[in-house]
Design a protein around this ligand. Structure first.
Ligand code: ADP
Length: 431
C-alpha cells in the first residue's frame, strides 16, 4: 500500500478546502480563520486543532450557538461519542450541540455536508425528526469527516436553536471548509498513531530479540559448570579411585546431571514465556515437607564443603500443587537465599495456612534488597544491588513468579538491606 505522510495527507485536504474557497466566496475573516486553522494543524495535536477549529467557528459565525465533533459510527451503547474531551470544551468555553441522529445519518449517507434551514431548506422533512424537535434545532450544518479512503470517521455538528438568527449560506461554506480541515487533522493523527504503534512494536521485537540472544549466551555459560564437574569426576574415575571415593564421585556426577537438567528446564520455561505462552500446571497431591527436605538435602550435598543451615519448618500434610514446579520454586528461592547470604547465616522455610490459602516463607539473613529495587526483581534479566561477586542471570525470580502463578498463586518479597529477605509464596488450598 502506498504510504501517505501526515503532511501530504493534510495537503490533500487543504486542496479540498481550496475548492470550497473557489466555489463559495467567503468573508476575509472566514478565510483568515481557515488559514489559521490550517497553519496550526501542521504543528498541533488532534485535540488542539479541534479546539481551535471549534473556537474559530464561533468567532466567524455569530449565528452558531452550539458545536460538537463526534466519532462515526456512534457507539452501540454510548451513542455519539465526542472526539474532544469535555474538560477541553469547558476550558475553551465551547457550548456543545446535541446531535440529531436523523441529520447525522443523512449527512453521512450522502457523504456531503448537510445544510438545514428549518422548513425553508432542501431538507425541510428533517423539521419533523424527533431529535430535531426535541433539541429545538432551527438551523444546522452537519459535515461528515471522511478519511483518506472517503470513509466517515467523524461528524462536525453546528446548530442554533434561535429561529431569528439562522446559520447563513456563507457560514455553511465556511463550516464545510473547517470540516475538511478537521478531517485532515483526524486522518493525519491516525497515521501518526499507526506509525507510533509500529515503532513501538519494532522496539518490543528488538528487546525480545536481545533477550533471546542473552538467554542463549547465559544458558551456554551456565551449562559449562555442571559439564565441567562431570569432566573432573570422569577424570578422577579414570584414575581408579579408592572404593569409598568412587561413591562420592558417582554422586557428584549425579548432582551435576540434576543441575544441568534443571538449567535446561529453566531455559525451556523461559523460552516458552518469552514466546508469550503461559506455563501450565499439572496438579497432584504433594507432601511439601518431604519435597523440601529432599531439596535441602540436595543443596547441602552440592555445597558439601560449606553446607548451608536450612531449617525446614513447613507443616506436615499434603497440598494440591504441581510437584515439579513447586520443587523448582523452592530450589530457586533456596539457591538465592544461599547466594545472597554469608555461608553461616541461617535460612528458614515455614508455612502457614489461613482463609483457603497457604503461605510458604523462605527467610534469610543475607544482604537484603533496597526498597526501590523490590518491585523490579520479578522482571526478566533484573539483577539488583551489588551482584559483582555472585553469578546469575536475573531470570530466576521471573521464572519463579511464573511457576507460582501457573499454580494459581502469588509471590512477594519483604526485605531490609543488611538484615535479610523473606520471599512469600501464597498458594490456594485445593481439596
Ligand atoms: P539471579 O540469577 O541474578 O540470582 P534472580 O532472578 O534469581 O536472578 O534474582 C534477581 C535479583 O534479585 C538478584 O540478582 C539479586 O540482586 C536479588 N535477589 C534475589 N534473591 C535475593 C535474596 N534472597 N537476597 C538478596 N537479594 C536477592
Amino acid at each position: 500500500m502506498k504510504q501517505i505522510s501526515p503532511s501530504a495527507q493534510a495537503d490533500a485536504r487543504v486542496q479540498d478546502v481550496s475548492a470550497i474557497l473557489r466555489e463559495a466566496p467567503l468573508s476575509r475573516g472566514a478565510v483568515d480563520a481557515l488559514h489559521d486553522v490550517a497553519r496550526q494543524m501542521l504543528k498541533s495535536t488532534e485535540g488542539e486543532v479541534m479546539a481551535l477549529a471549534l473556537r474559530r467557528i464561533f468567532d466567524v459565525v455569530p449565528a452558531a450557538q452550539r458545536v460538537t465533533v463526534v466519532a462515526w459510527p456512534p457507539h452501540p451503547e454510548q451513542g455519539f461519542v465526542p472526539l474532544l474531551p469535555e474538560e477541553i470544551l469547558r476550558r475553551e468555553g465551547i457550548p456543545t450541540s446535541p446531535v440529531s441522529a436523523s441529520m447525522a445519518r443523512q449527512a453521512v449517507e450522502s457523504a456531503q455536508a448537510l445544510y438545514f434551514l428549518g422548513a425553508l431548506s432542501d431538507h425541510a422533512a428533517l423539521s419533523q425528526a424527533p431529535s430535531v424537535i426535541a433539541n429545538q434545532i432551527q438551523s444546522a450544518v452537519y459535515v461528515p469527516l471522511l478519511d483518506e479512503a472517503d470513509a466517515p470517521i467523524g461528524l462536525l455538528c453546528v446548530d442554533t436553536p434561535r429561529p431569528s438568527a439562522p446559520i447563513l449560506p456563507p457560514d455553511f461554506h465556511f463550516i464545510r471548509a473547517v470540516g475538511a480541515l478537521l478531517a485532515a487533522a483526524l486522518a493525519a493523527d491516525r497515521i501518526r498513531q499507526e506509525a507510533h504503534r509500529r515503532e513501538m512494536a519494532a522496539r518490543e521485537e528488538e528487546v525480545r530479540r536481545r533477550a533471546m540472544a542473552n538467554c542463549l549466551r547465559i544458558a551456554s555459560h551456565d551449562l559449562k559448570n555442571p559439564l565441567f564437574a562431570v569432566q573432573l569426576a570422569a577424570h578422577a574415575l579414570s584414575r581408579g579411585p579408592k572404593p569409598e571415593m568412587r561413591d562420592v564421585i558417582v554422586e557428584e556426577i549425579q548432582h551435576a546431571v540434576v543441575r544441568a537438567q534443571r538449567l535446561i528446564g529453566t531455559y525451556l520455561d523461559a523460552s516458552e514465556m518469552l514466546d508469550g505462552r503461559p506455563l501450565e500446571a499439572e496438579l497432584a497431591d504433594v507432601d511439601v515437607h518431604a519435597l523440601l527436605a529432599e531439596e535441602i538435602e540436595f543443596l547441602r550435598s552440592v555445597h558439601r564443603e560449606r553446607p548451608p543451615q536450612v531449617e525446614n519448618a513447613v507443616e506436615p500434610g499434603t497440598l494440591r500443587a504441581d510437584p515439579d514446579k513447586l520443587r523448582q520454586v523452592f530450589a530457586n528461592l533456596l539457591s538465592n537465599a544461599c547466594k545472597y547470604s554469608p555461608p553461616e547465616a541461617p535460612i528458614r522455610v515455614d508455612s502457614e495456612g489461613s482463609g483457603g490459602w497457604v503461605t510458604f516463607r523462605v527467610s534469610d539473613r543475607g544482604v537484603g534488597i533496597a526498597p526501590q529495587d523490590q518491585a523490579s526483581l520479578f522482571q526478566p534479566f533484573q539483577r539488583v544491588g551489588d551482584t559483582s561477586s555472585t553469578e546469575g542471570t536475573g531470570l530466576g525470580l521471573w521464572i519463579t513468579r511464573a511457576l507460582v502463578e501457573a499454580q494459581g498463586g502469588r509471590i512477594s518479597v519483604e526485605s531490609t538491606p543488611g538484615v535479610g529477605s523473606t520471599f512469600c509464596v501464597r498458594l490456594p488450598l485445593r481439596y
